[in-house]
Design a protein around this ligand. Structure first.
Ligand code: 0L1
Ligand code: MG
Length: 253
């Protein structure tokens, strides 16, 4: 299979919610090839009239990078069809094996086409919000190599964003929790995201510029998970809470 055929098979797996086998053990491809496959698979979504709305980062915890044997985070593209409204219902039959992660979202108020520093963030980011990311690897049993998961748009499949809040000066040392109904499933400090979630903005600006991905006013960024992802169960209210920022929820069916 060539890159375009791999991209189509990944898009089809997402569209039909049907897992496929890992591709990196059938074909040899580099990290650069993987990002090209990701771009081609998202083109399939744009052809169905989906729109790019922002970026997400993955492997933003240093522990997870070490576990994967990589030195940088991975990034993926978010489209409008992945965006669930706060309080919406997630229908399990539209996913393969969804997992949820508590995250922080950021909103761009100015086009970004270069790497920015922490000091420049207030010029570019207008707000932050609590978020839930739903990841759903298109690979059977969530089994993938680094190249596989990049090609698979970093398992992106859905997200929910709570009410936007003015950007505080610091987002470190905040408790972030994921709850199923009233039960806390995972909880950690926001420091699990790159030691400082604001650094995700600098890294996203670097990666978007490197890969020529427009990152524009009104786009959003999902900063990366503060905890391990939890398999979604049907009939639950899933909530992400970020200390001092608020919460957001979805129902599952
Ligand atoms: O944090 C993430 O969004 C995970 C990125 C992809 C890896 C995975 O599917 O676990
Ligand atoms: Mg995530």
């Amino acid at each position: 299979m060539n890159k375009s055929e791999i991209a189509k098979s990944l898009d089809n797996a997402a569209f039909k919610a049907k897992a496929i086998n890992q591709i990196s053990n059938q074909f040899d491809f580099t990290e650069e090839d993987a990002y090209e496959i990701q771009r081609l698979s998202i083109e399939e979504r744009y052809a169905r009239d989906e729109k790019f709305v922002g970026l997400k980062l993955g492997f933003t915890s240093y522990a997870k990078m070490e576990q994967m044997g990589v030195h940088d985070m991975i990034w993926g593209r978010l489209t409008n069809s992945m965006w669930l409204k706060n309080g919406d219902t997630l229908f399990m039959d539209q996913f393969i094996h969804p997992r949820a992660e508590p995250e922080i979202a950021f909103l761009l108020k100015k086009d970004l086409n270069r790497e920015i520093s922490l000091d420049e963030i207030p010029e570019y980011i207008s707000a932050c919000a609590p978020a839930i990311e739903i990841i759903d690897s298109r690979f059977a049993n969530f089994k993938f190599s680094l190249e596989d998961v990049i090609a698979d748009n970093c398992s992106s499949s859905g997200f929910v964003i709570g009410a936007w809040q003015p950007l505080p000066e610091s987002l470190t040392n905040r408790s972030m929790a994921l709850l199923f109904d009233k039960e806390i499933k995972e909880e950690d400090s926001s420091n699990a995201i790159l030691d400082n979630p604001l650094l995700s903005i600098c890294n996203a600006s670097r990666l978007a510029a490197k890969y020529n991905q427009p990152f524009l006013t009104g786009n959003i960024l999902l900063a990366g998970a503060a905890t391990p992802a939890v398999f979604v169960e049907s009939g639950k209210k899933i909530t992400a809470k970020v200390e001092g920022i608020g919460s957001c929820s979805i129902l599952t069916k």
